[in-house]
Every structure is written in C-alpha cells, then in structure tokens.
Design a protein around this ligand. Structure first.
Ligand SMILES: C[S@@+](CC[C@H](N)C(=O)[O-])C[C@H]1O[C@@H](n2cnc3c(N)ncnc32)[C@H](O)[C@@H]1O
Length: 366
C-alpha cells in the first residue's frame, strides 16, 4: 500500500507542501544554484535548507512526519542528527525534482561520486517506452532506473559504487517505485544473474580523457571515450531480449573519422552480430589548447584538489592538448548510440553535428 514506507511518505509530503512546485520553477541544473533565501517561501525554508542547500536544520523546525525518513537516511549513511537540541543535515547530497521524479544525488563538484548531470537527462530523453524489463548499467543514484520504473518497467540497476547502490534504493523509495527497482552492486554484468532485458541503458564513464590526466572516475572513459562502453557492448548479445535495444552515450575522441574507435566498433559489430547506430550531436575542437582542453584541465586540477590558477591551468592544458594530439584526436564528439541484434552487424552514423553548442553541453544539435 503506497505511503507506508517512511521515504515514500517523505516524497509525498514534499510534494504536498509545495517543494516540487518550487524546484520545478528552475531547470534541473539551476535547482542546485539558483535557490537563494530571497526566492524561498518562509514555510519551505527549513526543507530547502535541509534537502537542497546542505545546511543544518533544527528538528524543531521540521514537520515530525518526516523524522522517520530522516532516520532511514541516517541508517543508510546519508543524513546526520547531532546536538542536545537536535539538528539534521544531509551532508553532500542535494534533492532535485526532475521530470516528475525526486532525485537525491551528489552536490556538483569534481570530487562527486554520486553523479547526475545533463547527460543523465539527455539519455533518459532517448529511451523509448516499451514496457517489460530493463537493465541500467552504471546506474549511479538511479535517474534512468527511476525514469524506466515510473513508466512501469521492472529495472535492475548495476553499479560498482556501494554508496550509489544504496542511494538508488533510497531514490526508488522516495518515488514509490521500490517494487520495480532492484539496485545491485556489480562491476557491469559481473554479479547479475542470467537473463535478458527488453531495454539496456548505460550512462557509463564516457569522456575521452588523454592517458595520464587525472579525471573523476564517474566520467573517465579512457583515451578514446569507449573504455567502459566496449566492455558493455561485449556482453550485450546475451543480455538483450529478442527485439531488445540498448542505449548509451559518450564524448569520444575523434580525428578525421568519427570517432577514433570506429574500427574497433565495426569489428565488434561484425563479431557480435550487432547493429550500432551513432548519432553525433556536436563537436568541440581538441588537442590545440582549445576551450575543451582547458575545461578538461580545470576538472582534472579540481579533481586532484589542486588550485586552478592561471599557471596551473596553462600547464595542465598543455598536457591535455598534447595527450589528445598524441592520440591523433583534433576534436571530441558528443554522441548517442543505439544497439540492437543484427545478423551480420553494422555501424551507422547519423551526423547532425553542431559546432560548440551552447546548450546542454552538446547533447542537442543546436
Ligand atoms: C556518469 S555516472 C552515471 C550515473 C547515472 N546512471 C546517471 O546517468 O545519472 C557513471 C556511473 O558509473 C559507475 N561505474 C563506473 N564503472 C562501473 C562499472 N565497471 N560497473 C558499474 N558501475 C560503474 C560510476 O560509479 C558512476 O556512478
């Protein structure tokens, strides 16, 4: 019966008191930055401070109905209660309202291990509603899992980071879809029982990062961007149900051909009997001190905990540019990939590339 689980009740309570209305007034990216005290209605302030702004909030300022949910979050290691006149805090998480779903994920930073971003949303936009079963590889806090389950699918989410596995379970409960989401700690398919799925979705670490450049684990897709994606593809044939489809995305290193890994993809497509369709939405110049190289360099420095000064950024950008150049990459391309079984296997490219798109980091071709 809905509403008996404390976290499910919390989700319903936050909806009822108007937090969803407030958050939905901002784009998902702005929800983590635009909320200032002046725009927050006084009645919602304690909830926004606790769930969105990372502040400590006295228990006396909170509706007692949400305390059991905070206790559950504490037991899962996501909240703390302290002091003789107790205050609650939800350390490094931020609550967002995205496409009608509650999502607790890591507060944006280069050290974040509980990831949600523009790519998460862009991938969800591509998943068709087919019903049946779904596998969410690299599920993180679980946005794709929630999206699929909220549309009636039974979902298994595989994730290597145990904390993210727990957070996916928390998010499923917040949205009342815990009966349809099964979070599993697993290195890709390693711990997954035998079985196939109507939909496989994966937002893995997928940014092409030159060798030797420190980069957040959640994003580092290896030198060509396909390090994890190729591992995912390798086991797809046994995991796709008849007429099943897989969906992923990435930011690949590219030279004159799109992308550098095209030969590897073609040989895997033939070997495994898979049709791969890449849709390339945008490109950024790389390997020559470009804005892209600088962005990778800045993320790399922040990830290490180093100060991003003009000189450290110059130095790291030179390393990044040299790394891309050594690979033969003079650009990176943002792409989606849809994969299905096909007797002889093939790779097709739908190229709708925009150069340096300003919106959504490159996931849309404008
Ligand atoms: C870019 S995040 C995506 C999170 C979420 N699916 C989303 O789209 O918002 C990538 C996730 O993959 C996980 N991951 C990395 N390598 C993995 C592996 N070998 N098996 C399972 N999960 C992995 C990371 O811990 C991280 O949570």
């Amino acid at each position: 019966m809905p509403g008996h689980d404390p976290l499910e009740r919390l989700g319903l309570h936050l909806e009822r008191v108007g937090l969803a209305d407030l958050l939905c007034s901002y784009t998902p990216a702005a929800q983590t930055s635009a909320l200032t005290d002046s725009v927050i209605p006084p009645g919602l302030l304690p909830l926004v401070e606790l769930f969105c702004l990372g502040r400590e909030v006295p228990e006396a300022d909170l509706d007692p109905v949400i305390v059991p949910a905070l206790e559950d979050l504490t037991n899962a290691g996501f909240a703390t209660r302290s002091g003789p006149r107790p205050t609650w805090s939800i350390r490094d998480l931020v609550l967002q309202r995205v496409h009608g779903l509650w999502l607790l994920a890591g507060r944006p930073s280069a050290q974040r291990t509980l990831y949600f971003g523009a790519d998460s949303l862009a991938l969800a936009d591509r998943i068709p509603l087919v019903g049946g079963s779904a596998l969410d590889l690299c599920s993180g806090p679980g946005f794709q899992s929630l999206w699929l389950a909220s549309r009636g699918m039974r979902v298994t989410g595989c994730e290597i980071n145990e904390r993210a596995v727990h957070l996916c379970g928390v998010n499923a409960r917040l949205n009342g879809v815990q009966d349809r989401v099964h979070p599993l700690r697993s290195d890709l398919y390693a711990e997954l029982p035998e079985g196939s799925f109507d939909v496989v979705v994966a937002n893995p670490p997928m940014v092409a990062v030159p060798p030797g450049i420190p980069y957040p684990f959640v994003g580092d897709g290896g030198p060509d961007g396909f390090g994890v994606i190729l591992r995912i593809i390798e086991e797809l044939p046994g995991r796709l149900a008849p007429r099943g489809n897989a969906y992923t995305l990435g930011v690949a290193a590219a030279g004159d051909e799109l992308p550098l890994a095209l030969d590897a993809l073609r040989s895997e497509a033939r070997r495994l009997g898979l049709r791969m369709r890449l849709t390339v939405t945008s490109e950024h110049g790389a390997g020559s001190g470009s804005t892209w190289d600088r962005a990778i360099a800045a993320t790399s420095l922040s990830f290490e905990g180093s100060a991003v000064t003009q000189s450290s950024l110059e130095e790291r950008t030179i390393q990044v540019s040299q790394g891309y150049a050594d690979l033969g990459a003079h650009r990176v391309v943002f792409f989606f990939m849809a994969v299905a079984e096909e007797q002889h296997g093939s790779v097709g490219i739908l190229d709708v590339r925009a150069e340096h798109p300003q919106n959504h980091q490159g996931w849309y071709a404008a």
